[in-house]
Design a protein around this ligand. Sequence first.
Ligand code: ATP
Ligand code: MG
Ligand code: MG
Ligand code: MG
Length: 438
Amino acid sequence: MRLSQYFLPTLKETPAEAQVVSHRLMLRAGMIRQASAGIYNWLPLGYAVLKNIERIVREEQDRVGSQEVLMPTIQSADLWRQSGRYEDYGKEMLRIRDRHDREMLYGPTHEEQITEIFKHGAKSYRDVPQNLYQIQWKFRDEIRPRFGVMRGREFLMKDGYSFDIDYESAMRAYRLMFVTYLRTFARMGLQAIPVEAETGPIGGSTSHEFCVLADTGETEIYCPDDLLKFDVLGSVQNSVEDYGQIFDYVTSQYCRTDDRHEPEEFDRMVPAEKQVQRRGIEVGHIFYFGTKYSEPLDATISTRDGETVPVHMGSYGIGVSRVVGAIIEAFHDDSGIVWPEPVAPFTVGLINVKPSDESCTQAAEDLERRLQEAGVSVLHDDTPESAGAKFAQMDLIGLPWQVIVGPKGVKSGHVELKHRATGERQDVSPDSVVGKLA
Ligand code: ATP
Ligand code: MG
Ligand code: MG
Ligand code: MG
């Protein structure tokens, strides 16, 4: 992509309305533009990141056999009356009437809708286990939308749902999804900490929130240092068969939010020098809730013995659009964003320092073509801006690698390769740039 043709409305000034660094940088880097309070347009650079996050989410869901569906954003109020949540949900739910005066709503989540789908498609123990997910926009009329896409009113969520014959089987689904979430976030460069969120009537923890540590987080987290260092992708073989072992290790650690924190228990389980107390951003949340929806919505299946039982369910959410902000909270410096490579909108920012110089332009275009042929995504700054402005803008948008093509280097047959995260620079030949980045 040539920058001269790319729609990238970056801002020089810091927008006054943005309170947190991720919101400021997303506006400044031309990733999003507010449409109305808590509702955002995703511009090319922002949407490229969002799609990368979606891709990782999909790959990890597919890996454990979850199947993608797409449910409507607009749902019928009747369905929500059956579960009792139409009244309970309160003002966060956006309620709509259609032209026939039918009550509808913009889905804040989809448990009712998926239960309804499952109920008409599954009859017996042979039809389970089943796991379905979607990536779909939600609307919650948040009382205080803030921090940009991190607490929007309209936001993109991956929401998945599991269906099982009994508690044991449902917990297997839960464990798989728990580790899937750890892997999903790790692949985005994030160390997500799973904190116990709720203890169900059956005992044991039946809900975990996945939090990314950042000072701007809204929850206080207590956990051992070991969890911050735990490398899920590098642990054991990491085939789906190993997920149970990873689950057991991680959930044996003390890891709680302030509302469930017990200082004595923390001291007992974690030596003082390993205790961590930090703020966290909730990027995912998983629940086992048993028959909470299947009973009122009458989603039953027959067992092997011919008995009719309500299906056991779990739900699993990732705030896909919130994750974009959370990644920036975790990865930025004074000059701008520093994207982890797997989610970066482009891998390389190629800067032609002097487009008026023919040999420079030739070298830059040549390198762009070669990188593209090698499958490396490139944003090529071919604009007539000053070198200083180009460097500042490239730092701001945070592409992992910069390749700087200038007249002096071209003469002696080399370009400059800069690593955005470390700031390390080296003079290298165009050949070795392609070799290194491909
Ligand atoms: P929060 O505590 O931040 O209000 P929640 O507990 O209400 O979130 P869940 O119902 O657990 O949210 O939804 C699953 C995920 O959706 C959350 O973990 C979060 O990542 C994301 N999410 C929830 N609300 C928002 C929002 N207003 N804007 C962006 N993402 C959101
Ligand atoms: Mg909420
Ligand atoms: Mg929450
Ligand atoms: Mg939650």
